[in-house]
Design a protein around this ligand. Sequence first.
Ligand SMILES: [Zn+2]
Length: 242
Amino acid sequence: MKTQPIEQLNEIIKNSNNIVFFGGAGVSTESGIPDFRSKDGLYNQKYAYPPETIISRTFFDEFSEEFFRFYKDRVICLTALPNPAHIKLAELEKTGKLKAVITQNIDGLHQLAGSNNVIELHGSIHRNYCMKCHTFYDAEFIANSDGVPHCTVCDGIVKPDVVLYEESLNINDLNKAIEYIQQADTLIVGGTSLVVYPAAGLVDNFNGKHLIEINKTPTKETHQADLVINQPIGEVFSKIDI
Ligand SMILES: [Zn+2]
């Protein structure tokens, strides 16, 4: 009799001592956070530009007002709560099996769920800095600001510490992510299609035993995953035994 995918997943996790999780937008969408990169009809009615254009460095510099209108409306979501995937990953970290969460999400939900070692490849909405004097501001400051947020110390523009299109990833974070992936015996990739740079390239660094992909919709997987589970990630993680 063929074992069920969830049973296989539990068996792999049971026998692994160095698990790394790599997560994409799908992990957050199950917490009700919209994938701001996805195109829906709403954008076209409300914004004159596609999200990739608005969330770019050029646009930020040239049309700050419009950037922040979109950013506050579509990117920041301060009411979202961790879902079973975030919670189970935090529990797995406490057992010592899970060494790191590498995420492309910027919402901080892994930390809210209790994870400590989180590598945020695209930055975080919870860190914002004045471009002139580098004073720190939290996400609430940005959300509650009127128009373009300005520093209360020097009046400089406060920029979210998120990686915009045309900006490069933090090299230290990228190297740390590669190191964790190289050392892992099990790599679980969840909620991403692996088409967004640098996901595909990062997975190439994996030399361990089990590559697992959990994604709601089947994707064109270029990497050879040992186990593919096409179910909502929260549902899958809620069935993991610890
Ligand atoms: Zn300042």
